[in-house]
Design a protein around this ligand. Structure first.
Ligand SMILES: *Cc1c(COP(=O)(O)O)cnc(C)c1O
Length: 463
């Protein structure tokens, strides 16, 4: 299995190389050269398997020769052993024909643990073989950073540096990043917003001298291995509702488009997904783009669903690449326009291609709060603000037909203020992390300045 860049100019890589590299050297994102199909009988054969066994079968074709079957099985087993629920991704019913896929039972209480725990173990196995060291640098609006730190803390061949926008992540998110005591963990509070954090990470990758000097690696949602890990729960949830004999729909609270793009891959593999519904908060560039064809940045407005507060949705480039018939030059041109003019027009053909797969909707702050309140009143379920954005948008889709599965992307206790404001009740942390507020914090404040950040990383990483 080989991986190509969405901009068509970077070397073709193996799974392991694409994983260790993150961003392609032409600025693009790696995607599989061909998407392997899963026959209906093989999809049906996932029924009744453990999450781990299903994960092995779904992901194996993408791995190629990078890991042996025995290695990959052990990696998957270690990745999900720390989850707080035996089913890993349990499905609960929210209303008639509407289900919630609970993706928040991992160590940091958000769906990003599914990918990050796996990638931590993949890195560990790959680096042990060669003895190489890497420096992982990531930008986070909150959940990616905590998930990355949790996945890489204490691993031998990795230093992890996470940039988060100072004052713009929840206290639980911040504490999950600043309380691990391991020497290879570095939480950096940047004076700026999430897009500044993401831009500085991109800059570091484009600084090839720095990139090579520190062995830079990315585990942001641009990393293909993360997308791949997320494909699994589309299969397990759809199969438990009757796939491949019955089609399903998914609504996905969306920011950087990594999670929903995993759904697209599942669909391309043969899973009968009738619709993938993009749910955005008031930072609705994706909804506007799909509705009107103009992908136009507008700045970020902080919301109560901060992990979706983005103005540039990095994985959308992968969707564009497919919509443009895998024309890397066309994608590169649009990304150039995005950089220089803050936006671009999606061609009519590409827009039609996107609309064959995706529908979109948005939720305002008030609608998000009202949805948390209504779900609580109707079902007794407490949902986080991101999940509420999804539930609101799912509710606007045509009733009946294929069952709707909304992805519950975080545990409500990760965003206690917003949930308490909506329901009047403060959601408690699960017992296994109840002492989070007592642990001491370790964080370094940094200016939004590339060379200062690079100097700090060079100084702090283990040689
Ligand atoms: C990251 C995140 C999202 C958005 O996922 P993308 O893959 O960036 O689209 C939604 N909800 C929560 C809780 C998240 O942490």
């Amino acid at each position: 299995m080989r991986y190509v860049s969405t901009r068509g100019q970077a070397p073709v890589l193996s799974f392991e190389e694409a994983m260790l590299t993150g961003l392609a050297r032409d600025g693009g994102l790696y995607v599989p050269e061909t998407v392997p199909a899963m026959a209906p009988g093989d999809i049906a054969g996932l029924a009744g398997l453990s999450y781990e066994d299903a994960a092995f079968r779904v992901m194996r074709p993408f791995i190629g020769e990078s890991f042996t079957d025995a290695e990959f099985e052990a990696i998957i087993a270690r990745a999900y052993a720390g989850f707080g629920h035996a089913a890993r991704a349990p499905l609960v019913q929210l209303g008639s024909n509407h289900f919630l896929l609970e993706l928040f039972h991992g160590p940091t209480l958000a769906f990003k643990d599914f990918a990050m725990q796996l990638i931590g173990q993949l890195f560990q196995t790959a680096l042990e073989r060669t003895g190489n060291r890497v420096t992982i640098v990531g930008a986070t609006s909150g959940d990616t950073g905590s998930a990355a730190i949790e996945a890489f803390r204490g691993l031998d061949n990795v230093d992890v540096f996470i940039l988060f926008p100072e004052g713009r992540v929840s206290e639980v998110q911040r504490r999950q990043m600043t309380t691990p005591g391991e020497a290879n963990v570095h939480a950096l509070a940047l004076k700026g917003d999430f897009d500044d954090c993401q831009a500085r990470v991109k800059d570091m990758f484009n600084d090839f001298a720095f990139r090579d000097a520190v062995g830079l690696s990315a585990v942001n949602s641009i990393n293909w291995a993360r997308v791949l890990a997320q494909v699994v729960y589309y299969f397990t949830s759809a199969v438990s509702l009757g796939a491949p004999h019955r089609a399903v729909r998914f609504t996905v609270p969306t920011g950087n488009f990594g999670d929903i793009f995993a759904g697209y891959i599942a669909r391309r593999m043969g899973l009968p997904i009738e619709r993938l519904v993009i749910a955005t908060n008031q930072n609705d560039i994706l909804h506007r783009a799909l509705a009107g064809g103009a992908y136009q940045t507008q700045g970020v407005t902080p919301s109560i669903s901060p992990s979706m507060d983005i103005q540039v949705s990095s994985n959308f480039e992968r969707a564009l690449f497919e919509a443009y018939g895998r024309d890397g030059a066309a994608v590169a041109q649009q990304m150039q326009a995005l950089k220089e003019e803050g936006g671009f027009a999606i061609s009519q053909g590409a827009l039609e291609a996107l609309r064959e797969t995706y529908t979109s909707g948005r939720a305002s702050e008030e609608e998000t709060r009202a949805t948390i309140r209504a779900a609580h009143a109707a079902t007794g379920q407490t949902i986080c603000p991101h999940t509420a954005v999804g539930v609101k948008v799912a509710g606007e889709q045509p009733l009946g037909g294929a069952p709707m599965i909304t992805l519950a992307t975080a545990h409500p206790a990760k965003f206690p203020d917003a949930v308490e404001a909506a329901t009047g009740t403060r959601p408690p942390l699960p017992i296994r992390m109840a002492d989070l507020y007592e642990r001491s914090e370790r964080v370094t404040a940094v200016e939004n300045d590339l060379s200062a950040i690079e100097a700090l990383i060079k100084e702090r990483r283990a040689a």
